[in-house]
Design a protein around this ligand. Structure first.
Ligand code: HEC
Length: 161
């Protein structure tokens, strides 16, 4: 058992050594994408940016992840809708994404500090992962100011006293 797995590892290693540069980069990319997937999962981004995720204990097919949500979040700041992050990232280069994330200062309930404090390595991994998902989903409703009427259902936050 042990011997055959060693043999397999040797054969696999020889295969990698002989593989062209592009194929080796693919392996590194896959690792980065997998790390991005992990960061997205543990940072809770799906809770708001994926329809039904928080309510179903995460039982939403990955092809629907991060496509944004029509459910509004209404409070003293107005009503915000978690954008389709696949579209957001498709509009940005990797470096533009880093800049946006480092300066994140979005309206509630977006946890901007979580994004601002993410390491460059994690942010790059997140970018690669989200881009790897490809296009999916549409636009979410536009931000509605406090005196406006939200479109569709909302989660209500209490007004400050
Ligand atoms: C509690 C809900 C919630 C969680 C959790 C959340 N977001 Fe958001 N996010 C929002 C809302 C709502 C907005 C829109 C804010 C606004 O309109 O200013 C937003 C906006 C954004 C934007 C701006 C996108 C654009 O196109 O303008 C980015 C980027 C973003 N979120 C990334 C993330 C990432 C990455 C995570 C996980 C670390 C995350 N969000 C977790 C609710 C959330």
């Amino acid at each position: 058992m042990k011997l055959s797995s060693h043999l397999f590892a040797l054969v696999a290693a020889a295969g990698v050594a002989a593989a062209p540069a592009a194929a080796r980069a693919d392996g590194a990319d896959r690792k980065l994408i997998e790390r991005g997937r992990y960061v997205i999962k543990i940072a809770g981004c799906n809770d708001c940016h994926t329809p039904g995720y928080a309510m179903s204990d995460g039982k939403v097919p990955e092809k629907e992840w991060l496509t944004g949500d029509q459910l509004g979040w209404r409070g003293p700041w107005g009503t915000t809708y978690p954008p389709n992050l696949r579209r957001t990232m498709a509009r940005l280069s990797e470096n533009e994404w880093l800049k946006l994330a480092h300066n994140a200062n979005f309206r509630p309930p977006m946890p901007s500090p979580s994004l601002r404090n993410m390491s460059d390595a994690d942010l790059r991994a997140v970018y690669r992962y989200v881009r790897s998902l490809g296009p999916g989903g549409g636009e979410v409703p536009a931000y509605v100011p406090p005196d406006g009427s939200p479109v569709g259902p909302v989660v209500m936050f209490p007004a400050p006293n």
